[in-house]
Write a protein that binds this ligand. Sequence first.
Ligand SMILES: [Fe+2]
Ligand SMILES: [Fe+2]
Length: 300
Amino acid sequence: MSFGPISDSAIIKDAESLPPFPRVVDKVIPLLHSLAPMSEVEQVVQYDPVIAARVLRVARSPYYGGSRVKTLRDAVIFLGQRTLCETILAACSMGYFKDLDAYNGTSAHRVWQHSIAVAVMSQTLATRLALRTALANFMAGLLHDFGKMVLNSYLRPHKEAFAQALASGLSMRQTEEMILGTDHAIVGGIIASSWKLPNVVIASIRHHHAPEEGGEFRRNAAVVCAADVIAMQAGYGYEGEWHTEKNHQWVLDDLKITPEGLAALVKQVKQAVKGAMTSFGENPANSAKTFSDLRGMPRS
Ligand SMILES: [Fe+2]
Ligand SMILES: [Fe+2]
């Protein structure tokens, strides 16, 4: 049963009808490639009052401990370039996810939280593996499931078929493929490419469920894939995604993550997400459910 395939141009058109990704990101992306001076970073941020306010709030939050931070310049210097870029990207994506409908019974807030968990973990793993793309990996982690947001409207009329397919044991991607003739990783890659994001980000999103197909970016895609599994083990997953955890254990082995190392990473991601939630004024109690809690969630 397929109602697709959906054309690339339809996907791009739909992506364009979503709230525009804040322009500040266009200016931040070059920072992924070069070490621009702090004054330049400050200049970018100051012209976006919403993002500037969030940067200040994050710097002053108990998690980062910048109680003496008074001005944007203080915040920029206090956070440092990398944390600042991460904060900007997370703040931009927050508005994005929150403006969207629930995804097949999963709140947009939960998808955002999952995305933050995967972003933080992608960056941690990239640093551990000495990849020189940690910030790009953070961005790929943040946007890895973004394709789902675009597929949402296509899937809405097929809610029952979707739930049945998942219940029959198909993975989320197989279900999307069966119903629409495409899946969220492909769609996410198309959107990332239409936004002219760096190739490493596009490939990591496109191949986050099949890193072995990632060519020269195989390792970056594996990082996002492993981060996805670790985020789920930390309780930041959502209904319909547990095939990811089951099918991608091999990636953890590939990246030489031992069971002890995994436990430490799970703890780390929990702390980081709690910190991020508090920094962004969210209620951290409204967060992690265990994997089995999620499995028991009713499908709506
Ligand atoms: Fe995914
Ligand atoms: Fe995911």
